[in-house]
Ligand binder design. Structure first.
Ligand code: OGA
Ligand code: NI
Length: 365
């Protein structure tokens, strides 16, 4: 969440999707209706691959015996290479805390729209309540309400956007974020080990890591076949931690081998994904996979997402340990703050944002 554009943007009218749902209109406003090629055709058809999102047991990594540890590290490495996604169980985040943050998020989204709009996400910015990544009048909109806050470092916070209603909202966000930060630090250590690197390599490189939280609320949609909850994208973070609401329906899809694979929620698990930073640092060995969210005809869905990224001053580029004659450099070096700015000032468009750093391969030149 680096500083963003100061340009006056004409983004046209952005309808609040929860209000659209309340109005019970069956016709979806045109701005939400996707072009045919973008529609989530198979949204309700379970894919044969759906059960295969890897599950990593953090307990085996933290306290397992040598053999358990070794096997789990291999599994982690395969997950990051093949999927860029995994679900983590036994993550030691207090289940009551997870329940509490979910409750706070739900209470917030259930507030009257006028109350929520006291914390507006200004066009072209990414904090507050509204829709992020909207830059023009003709851009299609996502069937989603977002509420996002920058957390660390303190300088990215905008105190005016922190709600005092629900009453325990801010305290809960603080506690939750501290716990999730520890999880990110642990996971990055294991990810480093899975690459046969020094456990602290990322921590040492990242400085004071940037952390932000975004709550996504996807109301039920009368025509889930026409809209997207969240446009296809990869995350601009190093690591993303996603908590799905308890009893949520399937909503998150990952693009794997050109097929959208739905992520089946595992109770109390957290969904982790590799962001663009780790893809670049590992020279593409670990993937920042493209993903999207779809909506459901009857059920609302909530996700609480943490983005963890290097400090803006840090320079990023493929690590030399991951480059050799068989794996030539695929990305240029760049300043992470610059990448963040690039990311938040462009609409979500699959993996296009990472073109910023891609070195064209010899074959395509
Ligand atoms: C995100 C994201 C997916 C979801 O917020 O970056 O990918 O299921 N969310 O909400
Ligand atoms: Ni994402």
């Amino acid at each position: 969440m680096a500083p963003v554009l100061n340009l006056p943007l004409n983004v046209g009218q952005i309808d609040d999707v929860q209000e659209l749902k309340k109005a019970r209109k069956t016709k979806i406003p045109n701005r939400f209706v996707r072009d045919v090629a973008e529609r989530p055709m198979l949204a309700t058809t379970p894919s044969p691959l759906s059960s295969s999102i890897p599950v990593i047991d953090l307990k085996k990594l933290m306290r397992g015996n040598k053999e358990e540890f070794h096997l789990e590290i291999l599994k982690l490495s395969a997950s990051c290479e093949e999927w860029g996604f995994f679900q983590v169980i036994n993550h030691e985040i207090d289940l009551d805390l997870m329940e509490k943050i979910e409750k706070m998020a739900m209470e917030f989204f259930m507030l009257p729209v006028e109350e929520k709009q006291k914390y507006p996400m200004a066009p072209g910015t990414v904090q507050g309540y509204g829709q992020a990544f909207v830059f023009s009048e003709d851009q299609k909109l996502d069937w989603c309400n977002m509420f996002a806050l920058g957390l660390v470092p303190h300088s990215i916070r905008n105190p005016k956007l922190w709600p005092n209603n629900p009453p325990m909202f801010s305290e809960t966000v603080e506690t939750y974020s501290r716990e999730i930060r520890k999880l990110c630090e642990d996971l990055l250590r294991f990810i480093a080990l899975s690459l046969r690197l020094n456990a602290n390599v990322f921590e040492d490189m990242f400085g004071e890591s940037v952390q932000a939280i975004r709550m996504n609320y996807y109301p039920a949609c009368p025509r889930p076949d026409l809209v997207l909850g969240l446009s296809p994208h990869s995350d601009g973070s190093a690591l993303t931690v996603l908590q799905q609401g308890k009893g949520n329906t399937v909503g998150l899809h990952i693009l794997k081998n050109n097929t959208w694979v739905p992520v089946q929620p595992v109770e109390n698990a957290l969904v982790i994904n590799i962001g663009d930073t780790i893809e670049v640092l590992t020279n593409g060995r670990y993937k920042s996979s493209e993903h999207r969210a779809v909506t459901h005809k009857e059920k609302d869905r909530l996700s609480i997402v943490t983005f963890y990224a290097p400090s803006y001053e840090v320079e990023i580029g493929p690590m030399q340990e991951l480059v050799d004659e068989n794996n030539p450099v695929k990305y240029r070096r760049y300043n992470h703050g610059e990448y963040s700015r690039h990311y938040v000032t462009n609409k979500l468009q699959g993996k296009k944002t990472l073109d910023f750093a891609k070195i064209p391969s010899k074959k395509s030149m």
